[in-house]
Design a protein around this ligand. Structure first.
Ligand SMILES: [Zn+2]
Length: 317
Protein backbone atom coordinates (compact mmCIF):
# COMPACT_ATOMS: atom_id res chain seq x y z
CA UNK A 1 0.00 0.00 0.00
CA UNK A 2 2.85 2.36 0.73
CA UNK A 3 3.95 2.42 -2.87
CA UNK A 4 0.61 3.58 -4.17
CA UNK A 5 0.29 7.25 -4.85
CA UNK A 6 3.92 7.93 -4.10
CA UNK A 7 3.93 10.64 -6.70
CA UNK A 8 0.97 12.24 -5.05
CA UNK A 9 2.72 12.38 -1.75
CA UNK A 10 5.81 13.76 -3.39
CA UNK A 11 3.86 16.81 -4.32
CA UNK A 12 3.37 17.50 -0.68
CA UNK A 13 6.78 16.45 0.45
CA UNK A 14 8.33 19.84 0.07
CA UNK A 15 5.52 21.85 1.57
CA UNK A 16 7.07 22.53 4.85
CA UNK A 17 4.29 24.31 6.56
CA UNK A 18 2.08 24.50 9.54
CA UNK A 19 4.76 23.70 12.02
CA UNK A 20 4.36 25.19 15.40
CA UNK A 21 7.67 26.50 16.55
CA UNK A 22 8.21 26.61 20.21
CA UNK A 23 10.97 25.74 22.49
CA UNK A 24 11.97 22.32 23.60
CA UNK A 25 12.60 23.68 27.02
CA UNK A 26 14.23 21.45 29.38
CA UNK A 27 15.60 20.53 32.65
CA UNK A 28 19.00 20.76 34.03
CA UNK A 29 18.33 18.56 37.02
CA UNK A 30 17.09 15.15 36.14
CA UNK A 31 17.18 14.03 39.71
CA UNK A 32 14.71 16.68 40.73
CA UNK A 33 12.44 15.74 37.89
CA UNK A 34 11.08 19.16 37.17
CA UNK A 35 11.79 22.04 34.91
CA UNK A 36 12.65 25.48 36.05
CA UNK A 37 11.67 27.01 32.76
CA UNK A 38 12.74 30.45 33.87
CA UNK A 39 16.31 29.26 33.93
CA UNK A 40 16.60 29.19 30.17
CA UNK A 41 19.38 31.42 28.95
CA UNK A 42 18.29 34.83 27.80
CA UNK A 43 19.86 34.37 24.38
CA UNK A 44 17.31 31.69 23.75
CA UNK A 45 14.24 33.64 24.75
CA UNK A 46 13.31 33.93 21.11
CA UNK A 47 12.62 30.21 21.07
CA UNK A 48 9.30 30.45 22.80
CA UNK A 49 7.89 32.84 20.21
CA UNK A 50 5.53 30.83 18.03
CA UNK A 51 5.56 31.38 14.31
CA UNK A 52 2.21 32.17 12.74
CA UNK A 53 0.64 29.18 11.07
CA UNK A 54 0.31 29.78 7.33
CA UNK A 55 -3.23 29.89 6.09
CA UNK A 56 -4.36 26.79 4.29
CA UNK A 57 -4.99 28.87 1.21
CA UNK A 58 -1.40 30.10 1.19
CA UNK A 59 -0.17 26.56 1.42
CA UNK A 60 -2.22 25.34 -1.49
CA UNK A 61 -1.33 28.37 -3.59
CA UNK A 62 2.33 27.71 -2.95
CA UNK A 63 1.84 24.03 -3.63
CA UNK A 64 0.23 24.75 -6.94
CA UNK A 65 2.85 27.30 -7.94
CA UNK A 66 5.86 25.25 -7.01
CA UNK A 67 4.93 21.63 -6.95
CA UNK A 68 2.03 20.84 -9.19
CA UNK A 69 2.55 21.01 -12.90
CA UNK A 70 -0.88 22.33 -13.46
CA UNK A 71 -2.37 21.57 -16.84
CA UNK A 72 -5.14 23.89 -17.87
CA UNK A 73 -8.21 22.12 -19.12
CA UNK A 74 -9.27 24.18 -22.11
CA UNK A 75 -11.81 21.68 -23.35
CA UNK A 76 -14.42 22.01 -20.62
CA UNK A 77 -14.07 25.79 -20.44
CA UNK A 78 -13.81 25.80 -16.65
CA UNK A 79 -11.90 28.79 -15.30
CA UNK A 80 -8.46 28.16 -13.87
CA UNK A 81 -9.40 29.09 -10.33
CA UNK A 82 -12.16 26.49 -10.30
CA UNK A 83 -9.87 23.90 -11.83
CA UNK A 84 -7.30 24.50 -9.11
CA UNK A 85 -9.92 24.14 -6.43
CA UNK A 86 -11.10 20.88 -7.98
CA UNK A 87 -7.54 19.60 -8.01
CA UNK A 88 -7.04 20.57 -4.37
CA UNK A 89 -10.28 18.91 -3.34
CA UNK A 90 -9.48 15.72 -5.20
CA UNK A 91 -6.04 15.49 -3.59
CA UNK A 92 -7.53 15.96 -0.15
CA UNK A 93 -10.12 13.31 -0.86
CA UNK A 94 -7.43 10.86 -1.90
CA UNK A 95 -5.56 11.44 1.35
CA UNK A 96 -8.72 11.08 3.38
CA UNK A 97 -9.20 7.57 2.01
CA UNK A 98 -5.91 6.59 3.67
CA UNK A 99 -5.18 5.91 7.34
CA UNK A 100 -3.91 8.78 9.50
CA UNK A 101 -0.84 8.43 11.67
CA UNK A 102 0.13 9.98 14.99
CA UNK A 103 3.61 10.05 16.49
CA UNK A 104 3.64 10.60 20.26
CA UNK A 105 7.12 11.83 21.15
CA UNK A 106 8.49 12.52 24.63
CA UNK A 107 11.69 14.51 25.15
CA UNK A 108 14.31 14.77 27.88
CA UNK A 109 13.88 11.43 29.61
CA UNK A 110 14.63 9.52 31.60
CA UNK A 111 13.04 11.69 34.27
CA UNK A 112 10.40 11.47 36.92
CA UNK A 113 7.39 10.81 34.70
CA UNK A 114 9.12 8.28 32.44
CA UNK A 115 7.80 5.29 34.39
CA UNK A 116 4.24 6.52 33.83
CA UNK A 117 4.84 6.83 30.09
CA UNK A 118 6.21 3.29 30.06
CA UNK A 119 3.13 1.99 31.90
CA UNK A 120 0.68 3.88 29.71
CA UNK A 121 2.27 2.62 26.49
CA UNK A 122 1.70 -0.93 27.76
CA UNK A 123 -1.77 -0.33 29.16
CA UNK A 124 -2.99 1.35 25.98
CA UNK A 125 -0.93 -0.85 23.68
CA UNK A 126 0.43 2.02 21.61
CA UNK A 127 3.80 2.83 20.08
CA UNK A 128 5.68 5.68 21.72
CA UNK A 129 8.90 7.47 20.78
CA UNK A 130 11.29 8.90 23.39
CA UNK A 131 14.19 11.26 22.75
CA UNK A 132 16.68 10.60 25.54
CA UNK A 133 19.32 12.65 27.33
CA UNK A 134 22.31 10.64 28.58
CA UNK A 135 23.13 13.09 31.34
CA UNK A 136 19.72 12.50 32.85
CA UNK A 137 20.09 8.73 32.56
CA UNK A 138 23.34 8.93 34.50
CA UNK A 139 22.02 11.18 37.24
CA UNK A 140 21.00 8.40 39.63
CA UNK A 141 19.74 4.87 40.17
CA UNK A 142 16.10 5.77 39.72
CA UNK A 143 16.76 7.24 36.29
CA UNK A 144 18.78 4.18 35.32
CA UNK A 145 15.75 2.06 36.22
CA UNK A 146 13.54 4.30 34.10
CA UNK A 147 15.92 3.90 31.18
CA UNK A 148 15.88 0.12 31.57
CA UNK A 149 12.06 0.18 31.48
CA UNK A 150 12.16 2.06 28.20
CA UNK A 151 14.75 -0.28 26.75
CA UNK A 152 12.80 -3.38 27.73
CA UNK A 153 9.46 -2.17 26.40
CA UNK A 154 8.95 -3.14 22.74
CA UNK A 155 6.29 -0.42 22.45
CA UNK A 156 8.90 2.24 23.14
CA UNK A 157 11.55 3.37 20.64
CA UNK A 158 14.57 5.24 22.01
CA UNK A 159 16.20 8.08 20.07
CA UNK A 160 18.85 10.75 20.54
CA UNK A 161 18.31 14.15 22.16
CA UNK A 162 22.03 14.84 22.92
CA UNK A 163 24.03 13.91 26.01
CA UNK A 164 24.04 17.25 27.79
CA UNK A 165 20.89 18.82 26.36
CA UNK A 166 23.19 21.69 25.41
CA UNK A 167 23.28 22.53 29.13
CA UNK A 168 20.20 24.51 28.13
CA UNK A 169 22.48 27.13 26.50
CA UNK A 170 21.37 26.49 22.99
CA UNK A 171 22.94 29.31 20.99
CA UNK A 172 26.31 28.71 22.62
CA UNK A 173 26.02 24.96 22.10
CA UNK A 174 25.19 25.27 18.40
CA UNK A 175 27.89 27.90 17.78
CA UNK A 176 30.33 25.00 17.55
CA UNK A 177 28.74 22.30 15.36
CA UNK A 178 31.68 19.92 15.78
CA UNK A 179 31.45 19.77 19.58
CA UNK A 180 27.66 19.67 19.37
CA UNK A 181 27.93 16.72 16.99
CA UNK A 182 30.26 14.98 19.44
CA UNK A 183 27.68 15.45 22.16
CA UNK A 184 25.08 13.56 20.11
CA UNK A 185 27.59 10.86 19.30
CA UNK A 186 28.49 10.48 22.97
CA UNK A 187 24.80 10.07 23.75
CA UNK A 188 24.41 7.43 21.07
CA UNK A 189 27.34 5.44 22.45
CA UNK A 190 26.49 5.94 26.10
CA UNK A 191 22.85 4.89 25.72
CA UNK A 192 23.60 2.29 23.05
CA UNK A 193 21.01 3.82 20.72
CA UNK A 194 20.21 1.72 17.69
CA UNK A 195 18.70 4.36 15.41
CA UNK A 196 20.40 7.38 13.92
CA UNK A 197 17.42 9.58 14.69
CA UNK A 198 17.84 12.81 16.61
CA UNK A 199 15.85 15.78 17.82
CA UNK A 200 17.82 18.93 18.57
CA UNK A 201 17.37 20.44 22.05
CA UNK A 202 15.67 23.82 21.82
CA UNK A 203 15.17 23.69 18.07
CA UNK A 204 12.35 22.58 15.81
CA UNK A 205 14.53 21.51 12.90
CA UNK A 206 13.70 18.83 10.34
CA UNK A 207 16.29 17.37 7.98
CA UNK A 208 15.56 14.01 6.39
CA UNK A 209 15.32 12.63 2.86
CA UNK A 210 14.82 15.72 0.67
CA UNK A 211 13.29 17.83 3.42
CA UNK A 212 15.14 20.66 5.18
CA UNK A 213 13.07 22.86 7.49
CA UNK A 214 14.87 25.21 9.86
CA UNK A 215 13.24 27.25 12.62
CA UNK A 216 16.36 29.10 13.80
CA UNK A 217 19.63 29.36 11.90
CA UNK A 218 21.50 28.63 15.11
CA UNK A 219 21.41 24.86 15.12
CA UNK A 220 21.15 24.44 11.37
CA UNK A 221 24.88 23.75 10.86
CA UNK A 222 24.80 21.09 13.58
CA UNK A 223 21.72 19.54 12.00
CA UNK A 224 23.38 19.58 8.56
CA UNK A 225 26.46 17.91 10.02
CA UNK A 226 24.31 15.22 11.63
CA UNK A 227 22.43 14.63 8.38
CA UNK A 228 25.69 14.42 6.42
CA UNK A 229 26.74 11.68 8.81
CA UNK A 230 23.67 9.55 8.33
CA UNK A 231 21.29 10.97 10.95
CA UNK A 232 17.71 12.04 10.42
CA UNK A 233 16.69 15.13 12.34
CA UNK A 234 13.04 15.45 13.35
CA UNK A 235 11.08 18.32 14.85
CA UNK A 236 7.38 18.39 15.68
CA UNK A 237 4.04 19.63 14.36
CA UNK A 238 2.20 20.22 17.64
CA UNK A 239 3.44 20.73 21.18
CA UNK A 240 1.58 20.01 24.41
CA UNK A 241 2.65 21.46 27.71
CA UNK A 242 1.48 20.52 31.16
CA UNK A 243 2.87 22.08 34.34
CA UNK A 244 5.12 19.34 35.62
CA UNK A 245 4.53 20.00 39.32
CA UNK A 246 0.80 20.72 39.36
CA UNK A 247 -0.39 18.68 36.37
CA UNK A 248 -2.31 21.71 35.13
CA UNK A 249 -2.20 21.82 31.34
CA UNK A 250 -0.88 24.94 29.63
CA UNK A 251 -2.86 23.92 26.57
CA UNK A 252 -6.16 22.21 27.33
CA UNK A 253 -6.50 18.59 26.25
CA UNK A 254 -9.26 19.57 23.82
CA UNK A 255 -7.03 22.22 22.25
CA UNK A 256 -4.18 19.82 21.57
CA UNK A 257 -6.48 17.07 20.34
CA UNK A 258 -8.30 19.55 18.12
CA UNK A 259 -5.05 20.83 16.68
CA UNK A 260 -3.85 17.32 15.85
CA UNK A 261 -7.16 16.55 14.17
CA UNK A 262 -7.06 19.80 12.24
CA UNK A 263 -3.52 19.14 10.99
CA UNK A 264 -4.58 15.72 9.79
CA UNK A 265 -7.85 16.84 8.23
CA UNK A 266 -6.46 19.91 6.46
CA UNK A 267 -3.16 18.27 5.45
CA UNK A 268 -1.22 21.08 7.09
CA UNK A 269 1.36 19.07 9.04
CA UNK A 270 4.89 18.52 7.73
CA UNK A 271 3.66 15.43 5.87
CA UNK A 272 -0.04 14.98 5.05
CA UNK A 273 -1.79 12.37 7.22
CA UNK A 274 1.17 12.30 9.65
CA UNK A 275 1.26 14.40 12.80
CA UNK A 276 4.10 14.56 15.34
CA UNK A 277 3.22 15.61 18.90
CA UNK A 278 5.95 16.88 21.24
CA UNK A 279 5.65 16.33 24.98
CA UNK A 280 8.20 16.10 27.80
CA UNK A 281 8.61 13.23 30.26
CA UNK A 282 8.39 15.42 33.35
CA UNK A 283 4.84 16.47 32.40
CA UNK A 284 3.60 13.08 33.59
CA UNK A 285 4.92 12.86 37.12
CA UNK A 286 1.56 13.78 38.65
CA UNK A 287 -1.57 11.64 38.56
CA UNK A 288 -3.38 14.53 36.93
CA UNK A 289 -0.85 14.73 34.11
CA UNK A 290 -0.97 10.97 33.63
CA UNK A 291 -4.77 10.97 33.42
CA UNK A 292 -4.67 13.70 30.78
CA UNK A 293 -2.24 11.69 28.67
CA UNK A 294 -4.48 8.64 29.00
CA UNK A 295 -7.46 10.68 27.85
CA UNK A 296 -5.58 12.07 24.87
CA UNK A 297 -4.59 8.56 23.80
CA UNK A 298 -8.20 7.40 24.14
CA UNK A 299 -9.40 10.33 22.03
CA UNK A 300 -6.85 9.56 19.31
CA UNK A 301 -7.83 5.88 19.36
CA UNK A 302 -11.49 6.74 18.87
CA UNK A 303 -10.53 8.49 15.62
CA UNK A 304 -8.83 5.27 14.49
CA UNK A 305 -5.50 7.02 14.13
CA UNK A 306 -2.53 4.69 13.99
CA UNK A 307 0.29 5.14 16.51
CA UNK A 308 3.75 4.99 14.96
CA UNK A 309 7.46 5.09 15.79
CA UNK A 310 9.56 7.99 14.52
CA UNK A 311 11.85 5.57 12.70
CA UNK A 312 8.90 4.95 10.35
CA UNK A 313 8.27 8.65 9.69
CA UNK A 314 6.87 9.72 7.33
CA UNK A 315 4.29 7.08 6.46
CA UNK A 316 3.62 7.38 2.75
CA UNK A 317 1.29 5.43 0.52
ZN1 LIG B 1 14.60 18.78 25.15
Amino acid sequence: MRKKGRGLVFLFGATLLGVWMSSCQNLSSAALGYVNRDSIETDDQQESVPTPKPLLLDKWDSLQRNQIHFVVDTVRKIDIKTQKKMLKDSLKQEFDKKPKHVFLTFDDGPLVGSAAIDSLAKAKDIKVSVFLVGKHANSGKARKRDLAKYENNPLIACYNHSYTHAHNRYTYFYSNPATAFDDFEKNENDLNLKHKIVRLPGRNIWIYDDVRKIDLQSGSSTADLLFANGYKVYGWDVEWRINSLTGVPVQALETVFGKMKSFLNYKSSMTPNNVVLLMHDDMFQTKKGQELLGQLIDNLKKENYQFEFMEDYPIKY
